[in-house]
Design a protein around this ligand. Sequence first.
Ligand SMILES: *Cc1c(COP(=O)(O)O)cnc(C)c1O
Length: 366
Amino acid sequence: MDKIPLLVPLMPTLEQAKAYFAEIDGNRHYTNFGPLSRRLEQRLANDLGVEQENVTTVSNCTVGLELALQARGLPLGARVLLPSLTFVATATAVSRVGMTPVIADIDAEGWSLTPEIARDATLREHIDAIMPVATFGNPQDPALWDAFERETGIPVIVDAAGAYGNQSAGSAIDVVFSFHATKSLGAAEGGAVVSPDPQRIQRIRALSNFGLDVRSGTLVELGTNGKMSEYHCALGLASFDMWEQVKEDRRELYARYMARLRAACPSLQFQNKPESGVYPLMAVLLPEGKDAISIGNRLSNAGIDTRRWYTPALHQQPALRDCTMVGEPMNANRLAGRIIGLPFFLGINDAQIDHVCQSLAAELES
Ligand SMILES: *Cc1c(COP(=O)(O)O)cnc(C)c1O
């Protein structure tokens, strides 16, 4: 058997994207909020059940997080609470707009920064904003965070990079998605910010265009170049054409894979998240006493590619060593070294899934 890759991105083929590219040839509009970008916003808005004025595209999720923070008008140095178990971009986005990451623990079941953890943190530390993460596609409950924001007045921005298809929009909070090739809806690079406040969306859009007021040509505030090009929007639209099928296929694959993992590896543990979710990856928890490095090495010898997502955790990263932490992140410390990403992609076949399950079982049950 050939090596089983960790992940095979699912992107539209030339054939599937061709009509959109031809439109760009005709429009001669290549970026700066062209017609395809407006169409992608419309499709996102329809899919999420919001209005087009509640959505703007951005060049990627990381920039979207930066601009969403900036659009809340927080002062330099503002303290932003985020979970210890996340991709590094959650933290770099905060630092790069001059704010200060404050690292909180995750909950043991959903592996996420929950409203309860955030509430506790605000009693112990000064917190100006919160950036919960839809960890491994596990959606945050928008109603709980809407209530949190309304009660505390603390802005909440959800990093839902890998949760398109699972994460819904809020009525107070902002949500940011990634359309990176490795996520569930791919445009190679791209992202979107969804906000209940159309003025915030306008501000984020202006910030993604350097902070210029285009009509007067004045620089209103310091933004960046964070626009999603028409070519990337073309790929996003072509991905949307396959979206219903992709959702169905990903759900079916996840259910089939989980059933086999549960049967073959009874000691394996799982993140508590909706079984019917649309997931771009498979991250599982090894039983206590096992570590992901040695199991990963042994699976590699069996021809299976794995990844240690998100390890080291944020508070263990050299560039973030000086960050403030809200106490010891006990759950993150307990879980991070045991989480391992298994091969997961549309097109993986039953023989490959069985090889993963049986190889993992041989390591665990020995
Ligand atoms: C993928 C990911 C990002 C980065 O998204 P980009 O679109 O590549 O910038 C940020 N946060 C999390 C949790 C992610 O999984």
